[in-house]
Design a binder for this molecule. Structure first.
Ligand SMILES: [Zn+2]
Length: 264
């Protein structure tokens, strides 16, 4: 028996029984898949596989509007609230590998159809070019000013919450240089004491988020490059809406809030 993380149009197929959600288990898959079947790890000693279903209309699903037992399609982000953290991590890995497979059918050097080489590499049979899954690293930074932190709203946020200053790492840049540059470009603030917090895969579609903390040194916030629409230093007792629990930004904010509990 294997666990099957099955996707279609970015949505994950989950069986629902008695209001509880799980991952499909099958010995052999009863659906046709599109592209590679990826082994994404083990869960409770069973192999976990991920694939994209070729035709989602071949899957009989029930309505998401009621609590009827059956199969439903759920967005990968939304599935965080329905399945446990480890299953969600495996689903994210599957989603990233499916994205990679779909976007590397042809060699980017010579245009020849690629061949699967290993579970995470392909090779061009014409020019020998090897293709691995590519990640886009992005930093997040929580800037402390006394007992306050900087929370910002970016133009790209689709919901009305405030999060952390963030940005993609550029070629030739260290993570710490990226942190300093993003803060300078987006807010004009001067910071120091840049320290690593932690990291998290962000499979939307293939990012790696790397979190840092830093201390405010000087300056007034100016939204210099127009990426932010709002931002100020907040105390723990007047926080705006903050990001969902799924995100690294939220874990960093929660960790800061917990640090006050420890002092008590
Ligand atoms: Zn080639």
């Amino acid at each position: 028996m294997s666990y099957w993380f099955l996707f279609s149009n970015g949505k994950l197929l989950l069986p629902r029984k008695g209001g509880c959600y799980s991952i499909l288990t099958h010995d052999t898959l009863p659906y046709t898949v599109n592209g590679m079947v990826h082994e994404v790890g083990k869960y409770e000693n069973a192999i976990c596989k991920a694939a994209e279903i070729a035709d989602s209309s071949t899957v009989y699903t029930v309505s998401t509007d009621n609590t009827e037992d059956g199969l439903i399609w759920v967005g990968l982000r939304e599935s965080y609230d329905l399945i446990n953290v480890e299953l969600h991590r495996l689903a994210g890995r599957g989603s990233e590998l499916i994205f990679w497979d779909k976007n590397t059918r042809y060699c980017p050097v010579c245009g020849t159809p690629t061949k699967v080489n290993t579970v995470i590499s392909k090779k061009c049979p014409n020019c020998g070019n090897e293709i691995f899954p590519q990640l886009s690293p992005a930093i997040l930074v929580m800037i402390h000013k006394g007992e306050q932190i900087l929370l910002v709203h970016a133009r790209t946020f689709t919901r009305p919450f405030h999060g952390l200053v963030a940005g993609f790492v550029e070629p030739g840049e260290t993570l710490e240089q990226c942190v300093a540059r993003e803060v300078r470009e987006e807010t004009t603030l001067k910071i120091n004491n840049i320290r690593y917090f932690g990291s998290q895969p962000w499979p939307y579609p293939s990012n790696l988020m790397i979190g840092f903390t830093a201390d405010y040194v000087s300056g007034d916030i100016q939204f210099a490059d127009n990426e932010l629409t709002d931002g100020e230093f907040y105390s723990r007792d007047n926080l705006p809406m903050i990001p969902q629990k799924l995100s690294l930004a939220r874990k960093m904010i929660d960790s800061w809030l917990e640090s006050f509990e420890e002092v008590k």
